[in-house]
Design a binder for this molecule. Structure first.
Ligand code: HEC
Length: 225
């Protein structure tokens, strides 16, 4: 027993003197009993070469682009009007929103509009969003041309942006950004239906006001006194 205790203490001392305490630092190369998968050939992010040298891809990239024609899982494919805003087999825009327009769609549209569009186009759609205070200009969505435009065109502007251009350092962008990847299809159509409500809200005529006092008040305001 005496030998065992002495031997045990000696082994513990030996192990500690060689390996150190847990968490202590050393500049020496560690002894690797099982190297596991610590070192292995792999593609480093942003690094070139591996595919160039091994497979001869020849474009200097380590990270590969998706194969042409790849479709993300769950992504919508095809050229149905609901996905493109265009009539089947034609370049013409669909006239009417394919979504059923009801209180639910409009509510959803208003909420999404407030999140995605109002910062630039303003809560009322008149182009006076918060960004105009930082010297950005946007568009008034009550322009006659846009009131007259088809729902399909509106959907396309939201999806693919509008007015592609290039900045001073040569980076391409569109003045109205594309929201295809940020807003799901049904939400884009819901925004279109809410846009129509916004536009309609600005098209009331004085004759349509039934309350006579109110009408007189409005008439006065219109006359500017
Ligand atoms: C970052 C700011 C910004 C946001 C956010 C934005 N827009 Fe725009 N939008 C613009 C600008 C700028 C233009 C004007 C482009 C031009 O005429 O050069 C524009 C133009 C438009 C037009 C007019 C296209 C035409 O034919 O003249 C529509 C419609 C439109 N936006 C809808 C929307 C909707 C709907 C949303 C929300 C999903 C939205 N925009 C979000 C900046 C924005």
């Amino acid at each position: 027993m005496r030998y065992f205790i002495t031997g045990f203490v000696a082994i513990v001392c030996l192990v500690i003197s060689m390996a150190g305490f847990q968490g202590s630092f050393t500049r020496n190369t560690p002894v690797e009993v099982f190297p596991d998968m610590d070192r292995q050939p792999r593609v480093r992010p942003q690094a070139s070469n591996l595919f160039d040298t091994m497979l001869g891809a020849g474009d200097g990239r380590g990270s590969r682009l998706p194969v042409a024609g790849s479709v993300a899982r769950g992504a919508a494919v095809g050229d149905e009007p609901k996905l493109t805003g265009r009539q089947a087999g034609s370049e013409d825009w669909v006239e009417l929103n394919p979504l059923e327009v009801n209180a639910g769609t409009l509510k959803r549209g208003r909420e999404r509009y407030s999140i995605f569009c109002a910062p630039c186009h303003g809560q009322a759609g008149d182009g006076s969003g918060i960004v105009t205070q930082y010297s950005l200009t946007t568009a008034d969505l009550h322009q006659h041309r846009l009131v007259q435009s088809t729902d399909g065109y509106m959907f396309d502007v939201i999806s693919n942006g509008f007015n592609a251009t290039t900045n001073e350092v040569g980076i391409a962008y569109s003045r109205m950004p594309a929201y295809k990847s940020n807003i799901p299809i049904d939400d884009r159509w819901a925004i279109v239906s809410y846009l129509r409500v916004l536009q309609f809200s600005q098209l009331g005529k004085l004759d349509e006001v039934t309350d006579l006092d109110k009408k007189a008040e409005l008439q006065k305001a219109m006359n500017g006194n």
